[in-house]
Design a protein around this ligand. Structure first.
Ligand SMILES: [Zn+2]
Length: 80
């Protein structure tokens, strides 16, 4: 495996983990809940997780749009 493939794989794993687990242990209080910034939740949204979810949403929306367009054009072909 080349270095580029390893980096690409690591990025894919990281993005996948961001998507599946958008929240991680709060980095400020290390999961102790002492710091007011996480309001005692002991969790914090991981950096980039919002971007990953927004991207996934836009990809899904685009796929849905393509599917609907195909369905519309197919029904048009049925008409005389
Ligand atoms: Zn905290």
């Amino acid at each position: 495996m080349t270095v580029a493939a390893v980096i690409l794989l690591a990025a894919a794993v990281w993005i996948g983990s961001l998507y599946l687990r958008p929240f991680g242990r709060c980095p400020r209080c290390h999961g102790q809940g002492h710091v007011r910034t996480c309001k005692g939740l002991r969790r914090a949204q991981r950096l980039g997780s919002r971007t990953v979810h927004r991207l996934a949403r836009s990809i899904r929306a685009e796929a849905e749009r393509t599917r609907q367009q195909r369905a519309t054009s197919a029904s048009r072909e049925d008409q005389p």
